[in-house]
Design a protein around this ligand. Sequence first.
Ligand SMILES: Nc1ncnc2c1ncn2[C@@H]1O[C@H](COP(=O)(O)OP(=O)(O)O)[C@@H](O)[C@H]1O
Ligand SMILES: [Mg+2]
Length: 269
Amino acid sequence: MNEDSVRERASTGIARLDEMMDGGPYRGSVTLVLGAPGTGKTCLGLEFIARGAEEFGEPGLIVTFEHFPKKLLRDAISLGFDLQELERRGLVRILFTSPEIFFEQAQASGGLLDTMVQELGARRILVDSISHLERLTRDPVKMREIAFTFTNALLRHGLTALVTQEDPGITGDMAAAQYGISYLVDAVIILRYVELDSSIARAMLVLKQRASSHDKSIREFRITGRGIQIGEPFSDREGVLSGLPRKREIDAFVEVFGPKGKAGKGEVK
Ligand SMILES: Nc1ncnc2c1ncn2[C@@H]1O[C@H](COP(=O)(O)OP(=O)(O)O)[C@@H](O)[C@H]1O
Ligand SMILES: [Mg+2]
């Protein structure tokens, strides 16, 4: 990567994910993280904010509609990040609010979002999760407008944004079409459970990244006390995306990751 691309990219803080995204998300862009409950969306978002603050000195705002700040602080600790300390140092703030209030405030110039972004000098934002915006309307046309307004509100501040969305177990590309936000964002990361020989693994895929090449492979990842650890690619995209890789893909998996309980060449580092 040359110096220009370093300037225009924001690191996620997870080196392998940056590689998968051809250097990382663009500064001032929105990345959508889509996945079923428990796949690791919140963890990924917390790491993006914590490492952004800790390693790159980029203050980050966390907007959550579902978790009390205390729970997020605990989750972050289990990943090895002291968000509370970062909060004390003025590098992180957590806003626990309702989608109604956040949406209203995000539109208004001088509203809560503007104020918090300015006070913190925020460069990054995590919104967890935008599935809650669905509560605002059942009309798909209105929902598209809301998604549009919401995305623009994030972009107005030049923030590098990561937004999570619940995927209730739909396969592949369909999920990204849910209510149109995927067309508005610059990058989409999919997190999935993969069943392999009766054990469950997690897989990650960069589904799209605007104006950039990206890694099309699906990689296993683990959630650990040192954050998210991404491994080597699974060999077969179709089989892994279905969530139930067939025998051939299981063989391919064993080839990549080694037999169960024994580290293969693709051991997560
Ligand atoms: N330090 C850790 N080590 C192993 N697993 C962890 C750790 N921290 C969280 N997890 C796991 O991560 C999962 C929750 O991920 P989360 O990001 O909350 O999912 P989502 O936001 O997609 O619903 C849980 O299954 C939890 O067990
Ligand atoms: Mg979550």
